[in-house]
Design a binder for this molecule. Sequence first.
Ligand SMILES: [Zn+2]
Ligand SMILES: [Zn+2]
Length: 360
Amino acid sequence: MRMRAAVLHETGQDKLEVLDDVEAMGFGPGKVRIRIRATGLCHSDLSAMNGVLPQPAPFVPGHEGAGEILDVGDGVTGLTQGDRVLMCWLPACGGCPSCKRGQTHLCLAGFLNAGTPNFRRPGGEVFGFAGTGTFAEEVVVAANCAVPIPDDVPYEIAALIGCGVTTGLGAALNTARVAAASSVAVIGCGGVGISVIQGARACGAAQIIAVDPVAARREAALRFGATEAVAPDELADAKARITGGEGFDYVFEVVGRSATARTAYETTRRGGTLCVVGAGALDDSFQVNMFELFFDEKRILPSLYGGGDVLRSYERAIALWRAGRIDLEGLITHRVRLAEVNDALDQMRSGTSLRTCIEI
Ligand SMILES: [Zn+2]
Ligand SMILES: [Zn+2]
């Protein structure tokens, strides 16, 4: 069945074309067909479009989505037609060494399919970003990519939990395990950085310093629980003033560049924690010399997709949202239809949006 999807024809292009001749392919045993209702635009989608993250083209971007099950393939258990689900782009197989350890976010089994096209159109086959591709009316994915959501969670909120919120909250709760009354700095305050801030607040941090060059994001950070917000060139001063020059207990890098990671390392106190959340490039290397690595005993903790059991992370995000301890509605700063997806890309590039919700 033909449907609409937004396609990037070649890596490096900055516009998507919304086509109505696309077909989701691969339905069969172990698979489900999902009617996408809402999808968020995540910075990783832009990074895949411009080539920072490896992704074959042409492809349909989008990996943060939610919708309802249209069809269930043979052998699928626990899902039925009409179920409301969020999409997990990093599904757990349940049987590999990482899954058995409870580190389901490190399972690569689902990623083996990411090199297989998810869509086709008269012009040829089309990939889906990270094996999903939610800028489409329908997707076909492995059943373990579809996670049922409670009835009180709207699609647009579930979509955000599918990537950005889980990534940011998990960095604070699972990876860094922010301690009560500690000092925290968060470098990069888009949707993921704001989720780190909300996670640090939920953990009881005393000071949360938001660092971002965009004034609108600094203002947003204050609404979501930052105790202070500064531009990058004010960070050294804030470190001296707030920590007496020692550095922060926790610094989160939510940009994905070696330069900001180095700044974050230098802003972390001796014995403190640098948590790297940003998704960076293969050719951008982070350097630490062997003396400082040993002598300053700073813990460098990367955090991939929330750094913990993925389903447990979703449940915790929903529990905190339901209790009013994190604000997810407020993360959605723009709403567009699929036909206006290029406007959403421009807003993301301008740095003014936290999350754009695309209704499909
Ligand atoms: Zn696994
Ligand atoms: Zn993402």
